[in-house]
Design a binder for this molecule. Structure first.
Ligand code: CA
Ligand code: CA
Ligand code: CA
Ligand code: CA
Length: 435
């Protein structure tokens, strides 16, 4: 193992290309013996995660760190140190961290500090990818980002990972981003991931100050004073996600869009289930239902709705305006007439007959409407996404329009979803010709 690493590294070093792969093979928490010599080693043949990060920081170029199955628990006390020698693991150069799967590769902060801290050396900007790991039990007090702090203007990609049980204690404006805090102006992309059980005053799962792209992910059971799932100071692009069981409001957003997503079973807390600030939010083909203790949508800025269902808010109306606006572009259904009614195809004050949040196929939970629901075929074909939250094709077309909400449920035949919209249309034409 060691010989192959040395060989691999020496080839690249000879080319001065400066990129290496370091394979972690020890769950101990120990520092690297000689950072920058191209060898990850705290003692003969043993490469720890901390040593690999120190080595990747010091070794020129974008490196890859492979982390096998195992629990890698931080044990060297000393928060506030910034070169991965103690406390959190400081990432200071372009790198990819690759686990063996979120279920088996566990990076555990043991509450001695946050787990990962992405911050460039000098004035560089970093490109960092984290995949197939669990980041858990990070802890800070009045400091952002207990799981991951991204304090950079570069890019951070987190995919196929779990971020759970990370907590920022405190109540000040610095007590933000329990799971992930992207404090710089850099971009944060999260996909196919689970962020659950994180806590902070605001942005318990995610706080972001640069653009956020979030797809095919679940944000659940996060707890905040305000904005349990996401606290935004920049635009969001949220697609095919589920938000449930969060306490203390869910999304505080300020620009961008949410589509093909389900927001259900949350405590609306401060503001509303979704609170839109000055730059507003566009919500399309989404299901916002069964949230408690307040308004579903709270418009401090402009909210635009299209193909959405809003129902079952308790403790407040579905939609409330306070200085902003709520504009229906049509094809929205609500159960109290506060959101829908002014747009074409709107269906105000109707029960959408939604089923419980459940696994209805696809990577994220959804609410499947009953067969007779008014949501069926009531969407706007011109604007519906090609697929629903689950990734199932929407049955667009003149004979069978798309459905309102995050789930396409009125597919005539179970097999039709797999055929895709184009195939479905072709099949329909073929059938008509045969008749
Ligand atoms: Ca070394
Ligand atoms: Ca490097
Ligand atoms: Ca640090
Ligand atoms: Ca550190």
């Amino acid at each position: 193992m060691l010989r192959s690493i040395v060989l691999f590294v020496s080839v690249f070093a000879a080319l001065e290309a400066g990129a290496a792969t370091f394979a972690v093979n020890s769950t101990s928490d120990q520092t690297d013996a000689v950072p920058g010599n191209g060898v990850c080693s705290w003692m003969a043949g043993l490469c720890t995660l901390r040593a690999a990060i120190q080595e990747a920081n010091a070794f020129p170029g974008a490196d890859v760190i492979q982390i096998p199955a195992g629990t890698f628990t931080l044990s060297i006390a000393g928060a506030g140190e910034e070169n991965a020698a103690s406390g959190d693991l400081d990432i200071r150069d372009d790198v990819t961290l690759e686990g063996a799967g979120a279920g088996v590769t566990i990076l555990d902060g043991a509450a001695i500090d946050r787990v990962l801290h992405v911050q460039p050396m000098n004035l560089a900007t970093l490109s960092v990818t984290i995949r197939d790991v669990t980041i858990r039990n990070g802890a800070t007090t009045e400091l952002p980002g207990a799981g991951i702090l991204h304090g950079d203007e570069g890019t951070l990609l987190v995919e196929d990972s779990t971020v759970s049980g990370n907590h920022v204690s405190g109540s000040t404006s610095s007590a933000i981003g329990g799971g992930i805090s992207s404090n710089g102006l850099g971009s944060l992309t999260i996909r196919r991931s689970l962020l659950t059980g994180n806590g902070a005053a605001r942005g318990a799962a995610v706080f972001h100050n640069g653009p956020l792209s979030l797809a095919d992910s679940v944000l659940s059971s996060n707890t905040a004073i305000g904005s349990a799932a996401i606290d935004s100071y920049a635009s969001v692009l949220i697609e095919r996600c589920a938000f449930h069981g969060n306490t203390g409001s869910v999304l505080h957003v300020d620009g961008g869009s949410i589509s093909n997503s389900t927001v259900s079973g949350n405590d609306s807390g401060f503001g509303g289930t979704i609170t839109a600030y000055a730059s507003g939010i566009t919500i399309e083909s989404s299901t916002i239902a069964g949230n408690t203790a307040g308004r579903a949508l709270y418009a401090l800025g402009p909210i635009t709705l299209l193909n959405d269902v809003l129902a079952g808010a308790s403790g407040g109306p579905e939609c409330e305006i306070n200085g902003g606006s709520i504009v229906s572009l049509g094809h929205n259904l609500d159960d109290d007439g506060t959101c829908a009614g002014s747009g074409p195809g709107d269906i105000p004050s109707r029960n959408p007959q939604l089923g419980p949040l459940a696994n209805n196929g696809g990577p994220t939970p959804t609410m499947l409407p009953a067969p007779g629901s008014r949501l069926a075929n009531a969407g706007d074909d011109a604007s519906c996404p090609a697929a629903d939250q689950r990734g199932f094709a929407r049955n667009l077309g003149p004979d069978n329009a798309c459905d309102i909400g995050a789930v396409e449920f009125s597919v005539p035949e179970p097999a039709a979803a797999a055929l895709g919209a184009t195939a479905l249309l072709s099949l329909g034409m073929l059938c008509r010709r045969q008749r």
